[in-house]
Design a protein around this ligand. Structure first.
Ligand SMILES: Cc1cc2nc3c(=O)[nH]c(=O)nc-3n(C[C@H](O)[C@H](O)[C@H](O)COP(=O)(O)OP(=O)(O)OC[C@H]3O[C@@H](n4cnc5c(N)ncnc54)[C@H](O)[C@@H]3O)c2cc1C
Length: 408
């Protein structure tokens, strides 16, 4: 059974094991789901990438050390789907707000409770769908193709609201992510690429589960859902810069749990000697995540992260269950610093919490600066249009800005 140990060491071991198969084997095998206990061609790195216990940069760098970009382009592209969704939502934050409001409205008013309960408990009688509902709850993970089938059956066969399906995933996936989850559900529903929905068919499910499932009675068409127009892409907020020379407290949230590499880009590494980090706080913000599995995962990863942070920055690093202004002000005062630095929090509950904290800290004369990694800085602005437009820019951005060595 899939088991995700919440540590960076585990993430690195998984990455090392996966790298040799990240080329052709991944490209040809990635669509098949042999089951939770069977060997798989996918990396199962998503919980580690979600909380950035592993960064996209180091995964892509490791893969491209072993394979050419041409050989591993499928895998690199999948990693960049995550980045694309992040950038897309960052430029249209109201899509997330619209989702949460519609979800809350549906949770209050949805009347077909019997079908909803059957879908969540895996008792609809639909072969495969029921198994995936149970697998999700038991393991906190589903294969990508299974997520697509599940979402399609939820929307087009069971006629359940997509926002409640997205909510079910958020409550159970270890990798639950505001951007990847919401926008993938929207994509299946036909809202994301307007007019283009995803229809799960019995033949496709049987083929790509190696004959494990043969559902009957699935919808034969998937009429795309519709919605009022969404906002056009706005510009990303300008990158923030900490005051160089100022002593700082480092705040680590579940949006980025690898502070060791936060300052390792060419640009930041020059500034780093003049940015002394005197103390760190790791705030797993479990209360801001949606499910118990994800909460336990980040709480455990927080202990691991605090140990690594203390060793890397040679400073004290404490875990704080809560993230509030009082705790940060106390920590800043104890360390005698007026500047708090944290990794940029993308659209979601942690970003909302930081937005609420910032003016409270400012009242005490403490600044909170969110710095963006070069990976996000270069890729996110390219997510204004569709993934095809974004994908075409990947090799140039990788070779010009991200990875020093020339790529073929
Ligand atoms: C309805 C639906 C909901 C989803 N919800 C989430 C979610 O909440 N969190 C999440 O991380 N992913 C989500 N995904 C995307 C994808 O299914 C998972 O990232 C992937 O299955 C994770 O397994 P893996 O690590 O073995 O992937 P691999 O195939 O090994 O891919 C490597 C990494 O690339 C990224 N990735 C791969 N495929 C996608 C994709 N289609 N979209 C975005 N990133 C991708 C992930 O970070 C993944 O770990 C969702 C997809 C669908 C269809």
């Amino acid at each position: 059974m899939t088991n995700f140990e919440p540590s960076r060491q585990e993430a690195l071991e998984r990455l090392a094991q996966f790298v040799p198969i990240a080329g052709r084997q991944y490209a040809t095998g990635r669509n098949t789901d042999f089951g939770p206990d069977a060997p798989s061609s996918v990396s199962k790195l998503s919980p580690y990438l979600r909380y950035r216990l592993l960064t996209e940069l180091e995964v892509v760098t490791a893969v491209l050390t072993h394979h050419s970009l041409a050989a591993a382009d499928r895998y690199v592209q999948e990693i960049l789907w995550r980045t694309y969704w992040k950038g897309w939502l960052e430029m249209r934050p109201s899509v997330w707000t619209r989702f949460t409001e519609e979800r809350d409205r549906q949770l209050e008013s949805f009347s077909n409770a019997h079908t909803l309960a059957a879908a969540e408990s895996g008792t609809t009688g639909i072969d495969g769908f029921d198994d995936y509902a149970r697998e999700l709850v038991e393991t906190g993970y589903l294969h990508n193709h299974a997520r697509m089938w599940f979402a399609s059956i939820w929307i087009f066969t069971l006629h359940l609201p997509w926002v409640l399906g997205a909510d079910f995933f958020l409550r159970h996936l270890l990798d639950a992510d505001a951007a990847s989850n919401t926008l993938s559900w929207r994509w299946v529903a036909g809202l994301q690429t307007v007019g283009k929905s995803y229809l799960a068919t019995a033949g496709n499910i049987t083929r790509y589960t190696n004959g494990r499932f043969a559902p009957v009675g699935l919808a034969r068409e998937a009429l795309p859902l519709t919605e009022p127009p969404i906002e056009t892409a706005r510009s990303l907020p300008a990158p923030a810069r900490p005051v160089v020379g100022e002593r700082s407290l480092l705040l680590i949230t579940p949006e980025d749990m690898h502070p060791e590499s936060l300052f390792s880009s060419h640009e930041w590494s020059k500034l780093r000697p003049n940015l002394p980090i005197d103390a760190a706080i790791v705030a797993p913000c479990a209360n801001l995540l949606w499910g118990n599995g994800a909460r336990l995962f980040v709480e455990s990863a927080a202990t691991d992260t605090a140990l690594r942070t203390a060793a890397h920055f040679n400073c004290s690093a404490n875990v704080s269950a809560a993230l509030d202004a009082e705790i940060l002000i106390k920590a800043a005062n104890t360390a005698s610093v007026r500047q708090i630095i944290t990794a940029y929090a993308p659209v979601g509950p942690v970003a909302d919490a930081l937005a609420r904290l910032t003016p409270q800290l400012a009242e005490e004369g403490i600044s909170l600066t969110q710095i963006r990694r070069p990976w996000d800085e270069h890729f996110w602005p390219q997510a204004k249009k569709g993934f095809f437009h974004f994908k075409e820019r990947i090799p140039r951005i990788l070779s010009e800005h991200i990875i020093a060595e020339p790529l073929d």
